[in-house]
Every structure is written in C-alpha cells, then in structure tokens.
Design a binder for this molecule. Structure first.
Ligand SMILES: Nc1nc2c(ncn2[C@@H]2O[C@H](COP(=O)(O)OP(=O)(O)O)[C@@H](O)[C@H]2O)c(=O)[nH]1
Ligand SMILES: [Mg+2]
Length: 193
C-alpha cells in the first residue's frame, strides 16, 4: 500500500500541523504537543468546498461529502504517518512505496534550520523516493513574528542549490497551525493524485 509520510526535525511542528489539518479548531496558541515517540497516524478529512461555507471546517463525520471537486473522483480523506524527529536515523525504514512526503521545517528556529536543510537533502536523494514521490515542504510556525521570512528560510535551507541536484518537484507552503494560514493549499496538495 502506498503511503503519505510526514517528517522533519524534533519540535518542527509536525504534530501540530497534522492536528490542525484534522480539526482546525483543536489548535490555538496555547496548545502544547508532547514529542512524538515513534510514529503517529492521522486521518485527515478534506473540507468540502461550499461557496459560502467555512472552508477550513472538515465535514461532519457522518454526512457524506457530496460535492465532487470538478466532477473528478478525488479522495475524501487521506492517512498520514508522522515519524517522530528523534527517529531520523530510522526514517529510511519507512521509504518503501511513499506516494507523498511532507517535510516540516520550523521557521522560527534559527539553530535548526540549516541542519533541517541537510536532512531534507539526504531524504530527497534517497533512491526509493526518486520516481513516484511528491514532495511538500512546509515552512511552519509562520505566525511567529521572529520567524524567518520565506526567502530567508529557503536561503538557509539552500533550496536553490538543492533543487538543481534533485529530480523531484518540491511544492513549498508557508503555514501556521495557530492562524491556519496555509492549510488550504496543503489540503489541495494532499487531495491531488
Ligand atoms: N506559534 C506556533 N507554535 C507552534 C506551531 N506548531 C507547533 N508549535 C509549537 O511547537 C511545539 C512543537 O510542535 P510539535 O507539533 O509537537 O512538533 P513535532 O515534534 O514536529 O511534532 C508545540 O508544542 C507548539 O508549542 C505553530 O504553527 N505556531
Ligand atoms: Mg510530533
């Protein structure tokens, strides 16, 4: 079975982001996540896009999501596996048949960001992720005023150099689990085949 996995350094914001995607209301600036030990599984239901409804709200569990997206048969939910940051040496065990890979970087953590780029590079050069894996880079915690701006963050991650050396197309989204910025493009990316 093909999978979607979420990776990134410790405390980058993976759990917060996945919980916010599951239920935007469950996260605010006071929410605290314990470090993920091992792995965690999140089933994310895509919000139905009604013209006047709250786009960020996932559909109620029972009601069928009956608004097809442009007539296409897009999935209504997706399962994502978070692999805890402390498991980085073991990430490779999970690289079999990965369809989508989300890499989360904390833009407010200057000490971590360069190392996060090195780790990202080592993932993208992994042979099993060369062909059918779609990559999403999430610049997380964009609500912090002292975060790195998009361009600085990409510079510190050495994205330009990295994109020249890898085959995969990397989609980049700025996001915050607190303000919900960026959740919509992430839903779209997850839902696309
Ligand atoms: N302000 C803010 N803080 C966040 C956000 N995401 C995560 N955090 C904080 O960072 C901590 C670690 O996040 P967590 O999701 O557990 O990181 P993980 O180790 O990558 O799963 C959380 O306890 C929050 O305090 C965000 O979008 N905005
Ligand atoms: Mg976690």
């Amino acid at each position: 079975m093909s999978t979607c996995i979420c990776l990134g350094p410790k405390r980058a914001g993976k759990t917060h982001l996945l919980k916010a995607l599951q239920d935007p209301e469950s996260i605010d600036e006071t929410t605290f996540s314990m470090p993920t030990i091992g792995t965690g599984i999140y089933r994310i239901h895509f919000p139905t896009k009604s013209p006047n409804g709250d786009k960020n709200k996932p559909p109620p569990k029972e009601a069928p999501a009956n608004i097809p997206h442009g007539g296409k048969n897009l999935p209504k939910s997706i399962q994502i596996m978070e692999i805890g940051g402390s498991m980085a040496p073991l990430w490779r065990q999970y690289f079999e048949d990965v369809k989508k890979l989300i890499y989360v970087v904390d833009t407010s953590n200057l000490c971590q960001i360069s190392a996060a780029g090195v780790l990202f590079y080592s993932i993208l050069t992994e042979p099993r992720l060369q062909h059918n894996t779609k990559i999403l880079l999430v610049l997380a915690k964009m609500d912090y005023s002292y975060r790195q701006m998009r361009n600085e963050a990409l510079l510190m991650l050495q994205m330009q150099k990295l994109q020249k050396q890898i085959r995969q197309q990397v989609t980049i989204v700025e996001a915050s689990a607190v303000t919900k910025v960026g959740l919509d493009p992430i839903y779209d990316w997850l839902q696309r085949p």
